[in-house]
Design a protein around this ligand. Sequence first.
Ligand SMILES: Cc1cc2nc3c(=O)[nH]c(=O)nc-3n(C[C@H](O)[C@H](O)[C@H](O)COP(=O)(O)O)c2cc1C
Length: 236
Amino acid sequence: MHGGAVEHREKPQVLFVFYTYSQQARIITEAMAETFRERGCEVRQARIELTDPRYAERFSRFPLRHPYRDLFRMLAPQLRRATGEIRVPEDFHAGDPDLIVIGSPTWWLTMCMPIRSFLKSDDAGRVLAHKRFGAFVVCRRYWRNNLKTAERLGVAWGGAYAGGTHFAFAGGQVRSLLSLLSYLGKGEDCDRYLGVRIPPTNLQADYPAQARAFANGLADQLFAPEAPGGSPTPAS
Ligand SMILES: Cc1cc2nc3c(=O)[nH]c(=O)nc-3n(C[C@H](O)[C@H](O)[C@H](O)COP(=O)(O)O)c2cc1C
């Protein structure tokens, strides 16, 4: 099968593969999963773990112990597009998905290391080859490079890109950054940081509707008759 409509099974299978540290990608995954279930799909969620001894310890607790130091220590590996050791959960290997959705937080302007590591792994190759896939980015502001990378790496394995979307936080350049730093260091939203009034960080209030609309668009493609040539129409 290559991105065609799913008629041979009672329930199309959807597999989410995501990494999350501060839970925003998990929240979006759950919102989209609910929509797919309402549409009659079977949904599995594979949360990637970062196990690499060089990086894992700092993300093993929330909030971060040293927000500036912990974030800046990821700068060099992110800039060189490094990969690291990850663990893919058992559930990932069960079933034969008709659609894969990649949930990718942005780290230092691009795809976070755990998802890059997954998308470059043989596991990704096995699941994405000749399969339809979509992607979503969660980020403070910077989503474009991350989403493009998801598309490029998935297509490189022979996947058929079905579309992507992104979820960004409130606030302008400076205040959204102050909010995020405050949150990652304190574990809760505050009104002020370094004396500056800051907006709430993380997903904005309209995320459930956006997640539902995106998931519905992908589900429409799953149930649509196959397009001439067999390739899916990209969602917005
Ligand atoms: C190490 C690190 C680097 C980040 N760098 C960026 C960035 O360059 N641009 C951006 O828009 N957001 C950046 N963020 C914010 C995350 O994309 C955002 O907090 C997102 O919600 C994380 O997803 P999660 O909650 O599922 O872990 C960074 C977060 C972390 C932890």
